[in-house]
Design a binder for this molecule. Structure first.
Ligand code: EPZ
Length: 418
């Protein structure tokens, strides 16, 4: 077990490089088994979720090699269609493997996925979509069994714009016979990145990033060399960190368009934000007007993955803020820990009512999930006094070198092994 020891209260200055997007790389890894030719992914972050997905590919018979931050995947000898439960339970994105494995082998067996404990996280839309593509599905003993003689195109309407279900259906449909339409598809930028990756492999996908995705099935997919999009959630995390601590930082390899909702909110509370190509600069004097209302929405609305960090920001903003979490049922695990740091928050159902305090005070807090852990780390960096953050394995799932980047910006933070 590791913990952060953080001495808070210092402004942030400097620049950081934003990593490739965790939620783009994971579906690309699932897509890599759709071909028996070589797949090369540059700037691949060595975060726990990626390493777990690589382990899953290894179980299926893929050979994977890292050359610095370039990952080479060879699926020519892949032959196993079963994903062991201890691996599947490690992360949510194991569920994406259903579509790609059944497309490659005509069958797949996987335990129910894991991932952050932020809600029920059903997979009904994944399974309903795959059934529409002629996949036969049975569920027993905590396993999902898929089999399919021939994937066939279908006209699918998602009850809700699920990111994972959209990606899973695309991953199966690219090898299906005929045309597949996904209506009410998720519009997150990571879907467009998956489309670009697949089309480089010879797929015919259009509409990624819009509410209707069209896939023309093809017989074969070839190898690909690709650099994924940058991580909009990591970028938003650092922007919010600067708003909380004050100072002036620059983000390199960042795409402002993908976090327009976050930038808009931070400008509303007097942060000075400028954008130049793939750089975002933020200057914050430390005064923070009330955020008033934050409602998480599917893209392009305010991202649920930045709800915890922005709730931490609301704790030290003037006046009151209402934070409504519309996507997940229990995504407020960070609230009791923020209260331990002196925050004034009341939660009723999916709404958190935050009354701003001048500053938080250092405390010993525990990360409950990936983005909540990041939020607590930012809170500790802004707080007066000493804090510790434990259960860092949550943070290590999605942030590469989080403490090194914060330290390079002036935060007094170190990781100790306990
Ligand atoms: C993806 O999760 C991301 N994970 C999540 O990021 C992100 O919070 C989420 O999309 C929303 O943007 C990855 O990409 C690996 P959903 P996913 O399916 O696909 C309901 C992070 O911190 N739903 O879009 O699991 C579901 O209950 C993680 O990086 C169904 O009802 O999210 C939720 O209310 C956390 N049935 C809503 O859809 C289904 O079959 C959105 O979930 C699937 C989902």
């Amino acid at each position: 077990m590791d913990k952060f020891i953080i001495e808070g209260g210092r402004p942030l200055y400097g620049e950081v490089e934003i990593q490739s997007a965790k939620n783009a790389v994971l579906p690309l890894l699932a897509a890599s088994i759709l071909t028996d030719e070589r797949v090369i992914i540059h700037k691949c972050p060595r975060i726990r979720d990626v390493l777990n997905m690589i382990q899953i590919l290894g179980e299926l018979g893929c050979k994977t090699t890292f050359y610095e931050d370039t990952l080479v995947i060879d699926s020519a000898d892949a032959a196993n269609h079963e994903i062991p439960s201890e691996l599947a339970k490690e992360l949510r994105s194991s569920i994406f493997m259903l579509g790609s494995v059944v497309a490659r082998f005509g069958k797949a067996k996987i335990a129910y996925p894991g991932g952050c404990d932020i809600g029920i996280r059903p997979v009904d839309l994944h399974l309903k979509g795959l059934k529409s593509l002629n996949v036969k599905i049975s569920e027993e003993g905590g396993y999902i069994n898929c089999s399919c003689d021939r994937l066939t195109g279908a006209d699918i309407l998602l009850d809700c714009p699920s990111v994972g279900a959209t990606e899973n259906i695309i991953l199966a449909a690219v090898r299906g016979r005929g045309t597949t339409l996904i209506r009410n598809a998720a519009k997150e930028p990571e879907i467009r990145d998956l489309q670009n990756f697949l089309n480089r492999m010879g797929a015919k996908v259009a509409g990624g990033g819009t509410s209707t995705v069209r896939i023309e099935g093809v017989e074969k997919l070839g190898g690909v060399e690709y650099t994924p999009m940058s991580d909009r959630i990591e970028a938003g995390t650092f922007l919010i960190g600067a708003a909380m601590c004050g100072g002036e930082i620059g983000l390199n390899n960042a795409c402002a368009d993908n976090i327009a909702a976050v930038i808009h909110k931070l400008r509303e509370i007097s942060c000075k934000i400028s954008v130049k190509n793939d750089k975002i600069y933020i200057k914050s004097g430390g005064t923070r007007k009330s955020l008033r209302m934050i409602e998480t929405m599917p893209y392009p609305g305010f991202p649920t993955d930045l709800q915890a960090p922005v709730t931490a920001l609301a704790c030290i903003s003037e006046g009151s803020t209402v934070v409504v979490e519309n996507l997940f049922e229990t995504r407020f695990k960070h609230v009791p820990e923020l209260i331990r740091m002196g925050a004034d928050i009341t939660v009723r159902g999916r709404a958190a009512f935050v009354r701003g305090v001048p500053s938080l005070r250092g405390a010993d807090v525990v990360a409950g999930d990936l983005r909540g852990g990041a939020a607590l780390t930012l809170a500790a960096a802004s707080a007066e006094g000493l804090s510790t953050v434990t259960d860092l394995y949550h943070i290590d799932r999605g942030y590469s070198g989080f403490e090194y980047k914060l330290s390079s910006l002036g935060v007094r933070i170190r990781r100790v092994h306990i």
